[in-house]
Design a binder for this molecule. Structure first.
Ligand code: FMN
Length: 170
């Protein structure tokens, strides 16, 4: 699939079929994340794949009771090992690195006929406790992965003219 086609087809999926993900599809999604770029090639991303049904439900509760998360057969929890590195520009590297990696996954998921949803509303301490993630790590994203029940309508986006400036910001 053409990359722009995958970008255009991707939606936030909030309803999943009760259908397992083929192992080779799951591996290709993870591979897309593994190959992502990162500042100084630190690759501080680590992924906990939550498959147990009851654990998925508990993770969904820790995500402000967003129960649709538990419908997905796999919930990928994106973490970072080294949260201390700050880029010269002042941004913490780990949030950017993990986000790029997981965005790669969302696009590969589209190519596999799978759906994802970025979940930023979660109680980090609770997710860490449930999954045994060490205190000195950070959790960046929770991402359900599975077969969508339906393809939602696209959400509106701003026009290029509204967001792109040439030479000077105005
Ligand atoms: C950083 C971030 C956090 C988000 N957190 C949530 C969330 O907790 N729950 C949810 O249902 N959607 C969440 N979303 C999905 C957005 O609502 C969604 O991407 C946006 O409305 C655009 O819709 P689309 O992804 O279908 O194009 C999040 C997206 C991002 C990028």
């Amino acid at each position: 699939m053409n990359v722009l086609d995958a970008i255009k087809q991707r939606r936030s999926i909030r309803a999943f079929q009760d259908k397992p993900i083929e192992e080779e599809k799951l591996r290709r999604v993870l591979e897309a994340g593994r190959l992502a770029p990162s500042a100084k090639n630190r690759q501080e991303w680590r992924y906990v794949l939550v498959k147990e049904k009851e654990l998925r439900r508990k993770v969904a509760v820790a995500c402000n009771n967003q129960y649709f998360i538990a419908e997905a057969p796999v919930v990928i929890v994106g973490c970072a090992t080294m949260a201390d590195y700050v880029l010269t520009c002042g941004q913490p590297a780990y949030t950017i690195n993990v986000s790029i990696s997981m965005d790669h996954m969302t696009l590969q998921a589209v190519d596999e006929g799978l759906g994802t949803c970025w979940i930023g509303a979660f109680k980090e301490d609770e997710v860490k406790r449930l999954l045994g993630i060490p205190q000195d790590m950070r959790v960046v994203e929770v991402m359900p992965l599975g077969y969508p029940r339906f393809q939602p309508e696209p959400k509106p986006r701003m026009k290029l003219e509204e967001i792109v400036f040439y030479d000077r910001y105005r």
